[in-house]
Design a binder for this molecule. Structure first.
Ligand code: AMP
Length: 354
């Protein structure tokens, strides 16, 4: 095991959104300081000890940031490779580059997952309208996704037999993957952590409901049979071990009659893990900080049933009621401008049983 960061050490965080903000709060509880690097507006900047506002292409700023911190982590997996190369020549990056490379490209991700023997949606590499035509022949329904830089359903096009493939390709016009449509009965995710000592701890799988490609709600427990819950945790554990991973990862899975199918992995804390703030003694943010700081992982056990709901756009109009609701934890990200589809905060409601 690598030596643990001493109290007062500084954790660098690439990306200054709400995930970076909640990581910074967790890090400060463990006696660490955070230095956030973010090209744009940074909700994390309000709670971090230091913020650098500069583009990822600014070599001098990246170098100065790397020299000012003891370890670098990220809340955002699409950091350009050149910035990561420079940082890595100065200070360790956790989770490591392999996990980032795999999750930045949907084809590499699926190749990696199927290489482990895990089920994924059937997929084909698409670089032209002709590729799309040929691949679509095998499906009634499919989803065309750009290989890189997609999130919250962005960069995706749903297709059915008979659709105009040339027009679909013209809309995307970037290296892509065509995924066969998975007929799932539910979507779940496992938030799993691996420490520098190789120890693995998983939180209970959550049941996720998406609306318009954005996570709306996560419910824990997920209500699936114990066998599937166990499978989900085993799959997530295999993925982090195979990557020699350090940190928290979100693993999204489809539940199908044939078993679990891996949708995607996110090498960072994950929106569907926010329930852990109300459901566990050690939440996903503290767990990630523990891992990247070389501390022992918390056990991740759940002590309550929780429903997490995102506050998206004008959902913040409900705040007066939510603030009065019993057993409800309100989290706001400090974003002043409300925009449709923008994640403004979330609530964790503890569900009392019996
Ligand atoms: P993604 O960005 O890949 O997580 O996709 C966003 C959402 O689209 C997922 O949470 C699913 O609800 C849906 N989706 C993505 N891929 C598939 C697929 N191959 N089959 C069916 N639904 C999908």
């Amino acid at each position: 095991m690598t030596e643990a960061l001493a109290p007062g050490a500084t954790i660098g965080i690439l990306g200054g959104g709400q995930l970076g903000r909640m990581l910074s709060v967790a890090a400060s509880r463990l006696g660490y300081r955070c230095h956030v690097y973010e090209p744009g507006a940074a909700p994390a900047g309000d709670v971090a000890a230091r913020v650098t506002t500069a583009p990822y292409e600014d070599e001098a700023a990246i170098r100065a940031f790397a020299r000012a911190v003891d370890v670098v982590t990220y809340e955002f997996e699409n950091v350009p490779a050149a910035a990561l190369d420079l940082i890595e020549s100065i200070v360790p990056i956790r989770p490591g580059r392999r996990a980032l490379a795999v999750s930045q490209d949907r084809i590499d991700e699926k190749d990696f997952l199927s290489g482990l023997g895990l089920a994924t949606a059937p997929y084909a590499r698409i670089d032209s309208a002709a590729d799309l035509d040929a691949a679509m022949a095998g499906h009634d329904r499919a989803i065309l996704k750009t290989r890189r830089l997609g999130y919250d359903g962005k960069g995706q096009l749903r297709l059915a037999t008979g659709d105009d493939m040339a027009a679909a390709w013209a809309r995307v016009n970037a290296p892509s993957v065509l995924e066969g449509f998975v007929d799932f009965s539910a979507e779940i995710s496992v938030i799993v952590a691996r420490g520098t000592d190789g120890a693995v701890a998983a939180f209970d799988p959550g049941l996720n409901l998406h609306e318009g490609g954005i996570l709306r709600r996560t419910t824990v427990p997920c209500g699936l049979p114990a066998r599937l819950v166990q499978d989900a945790v085993l799959i997530a554990s295999r993925i982090v071990s195979a990557l020699d991973y350090v940190g928290v990862m979100g693993v999204e899975l489809f539940v199908t009659p044939a078993g679990l199918v891996v949708n995607e992995i996110a090498p960072r804390v994950h929106n569907s893990g926010h329930w852990t703030q109300a459901g566990c003694a050690v939440d996903q943010f503290e767990q990630h900080v523990r891992a990247v700081a070389g501390l022992p992982l918390g056990d991740g056990r759940r002590h309550a049933d929780v429903v997490m709901e995102n506050l998206i756009g004008a959902d913040t109009d409900r705040l007066p009621d939510l603030l009065r609701a019993p057993d409800t934890q309100v989290h706001l990200y400090g974003k002043s401008e409300v925009k449709p589809g923008r994640k403004m905060g979330h609530v964790n409601r503890i569900v009392r049983t019996g």
